[in-house]
Design a protein around this ligand. Structure first.
Ligand code: EPZ
Length: 420
């Protein structure tokens, strides 16, 4: 298994191009299943999650061709309605194919999903929504089996809690359903706006894009193909912004989606980082002589502070001058990095959904283990700021969501190597 070695303690200085957003790319790839016409994606990051989802789509009969940063997808005919366990168990988003399968084939057999071990992550909201749209859903041998022989029909869907994946899935189902669907208490993450805009390009009529209430006039007769550009990754940009602040460096984050990063940037500013928006992107810097200030953060659905930056900002808090609190409200088990951060000398206590972080004057290098995607990034940040040598094991998690991370960081002065 690959590991990453880091000799920490030097500031990151330079520029980092922000890659296309993993989570936006994944839902757009699944949207390609909604049409029998060609579907093109540009600015697609090279990540294992993208490769796994490509395999899932191929298993369903989609032709997938990658050339550099472009993906050409064509679901002319969906040959199979089964998304198999060995692939879907590797990532949560693969489960979302259930909507296009039901809408186009009237049947779906999709393995219960896997993904990061950050909580129970049930699929009840997906099932309830699809049932209201006329599908019969059952569980058979670890697979969710859906049938909608007469097609899906519009429905009023009141989401009991905000879910990114359930909103995306039901939005896709609604786009090919007959009649009107209302999704109340919808998620409004930028990735949902991106999907909705693409569905509109494909011929769907959607009102309320970017709000908690989506109204979709379905086009049961079919949707057109589309060409879309994957927007820059707000989580990757936020991670490198935290890295600049943590190492007392200065990074120009090219094409950082500043408008989508309001909450994390406000926290960085409150902690003492300087932010400058330029034509090329966002510059984040901190004078290493000025200590970081503590901060109180609570994660919540967009436009709140993203749970996907919780671990990275907790790493930052470990060296702030005072006591910080990080409260996680989205997932019930997303503190696995706490025990690993402690190996660097961080002082963190957990009570229920909050981590209480007492800032220390510095971290020291350690051997640690990555537990999930964003937790891996927090360990990289801690290792970059720590004095001495660190080894991060199980970094396959990192390859799921951070494109060319060693290259990007070493280009800015980090001493980082991958060992195979
Ligand atoms: C998406 O996951 C992202 N994944 C996650 O990013 C992200 O952390 C999360 O949204 C929240 O922003 C992708 O986009 C591929 P949810 P998702 O449904 O859709 C509960 C990363 O690191 N829930 O919004 O799975 C659920 O358990 C990943 O890139 C139900 O109870 O998240 C959680 O507590 C990790 N029943 C809460 O809702 C359901 O049927 C929010 O989860 C569905 C969800």
């Amino acid at each position: 298994m690959d590991k990453i070695r880091i000799e920490g303690g030097s500031p990151l200085i330079g520029r980092i191009p922000v890659s296309g957003a993993k989570n936006a790319a994944l839902s757009l790839m699944i949207a390609s299943l909604l049409t029998d016409e060609p579907f093109h994606l540009e600015n697609v990051p090279e990540l294992t999650d993208i490769a796994i989802l490509s395999q899932v789509l191929e298993a369903l009969g989609v032709s997938v061709e990658r050339s550099e940063r472009r993906l050409a997808l064509h679901a002319g005919e969906i040959r199979s309605a089964t998304a198999p366990y060995p692939l879907v168990s590797k990532m949560r988003a693969a489960f979302w194919v259930i909507a296009p399968l039901l809408a186009r084939r009237g049947e779906a057999r999709v393995s219960l999903p896997g993904g990061d071990p950050i909580g129970l992550r049930p699929v009840n909201l997906y099932l309830q929504g699809l049932e209201k749209m006329g599908a019969e859903m059952t569980l058979e041998g670890g697979y969710i089996v859906g049938k909608a022989r007469k097609g899906l029909r519009g429905a009023k869907l009141n989401m009991p809690l905000v879910s990114v994946g359930a909103t995306q899935t039901l939005l896709m189902a609604a786009a090919l359903a007959s009649g009107e669907t209302v999704i109340a208490n919808a998620a409004m993450e930028p990735e949902i706006v991106c999907l909705a805009e693409t569905l509109i390009q494909m011929g769907a009529k959607i009102k309320g894009v970017g709000t908690r209430r989506l109204v979709v006039e379905g086009r049961a007769e079919g949707l057109r193909g589309a060409t879309c550009h994957v927007p820059p990754d707000r989580i990757e940009a936020g991670t490198y912004a935290a890295a600049a602040a943590m190492t007392g460096g200065s990074l120009l984050l090219e094409k950082a989606p500043v408008r989508q990063m309001e909450k994390p940037l406000a926290c960085l500013k409150a902690m003492g980082a300087a932010l400058e928006e330029t034509e090329k992107g966002l510059r984040v810097s901190r004078d290493a002589r000025a200590p970081l200030r503590p901060c109180q953060i609570t994660t919540s659905p967009y436009p709140g502070f993203p749970t996907d930056l919780q671990a990275q900002f907790m790493a930052l808090m470990t060296i702030a001058n005072g006591a910080s609190t990080m409260t996680e409200t989205v997932f019930e088990n997303r503190f696995l990095h706490v025990a690993e951060l402690a190996r660097f000398g961080a002082s963190i206590a957990i009570s229920e959904h909050s981590a209480h972080i007492r800032g220390v004057s510095g971290l020291t290098g350690a051997e640690v283990m990555a537990t999930d995607l964003r937790a891996s990034a927090s360990l990289i940040l801690a290792a970059l700021a720590a004095k001495g040598s660190s080894v991060i094991n199980r970094i396959y998690h990192l390859d799921r969501g951070f494109e060319k991370i060693e290259e990007k960081l070493s280009g800015c002065g980090a001493r980082i190597w991958r060992e195979r």
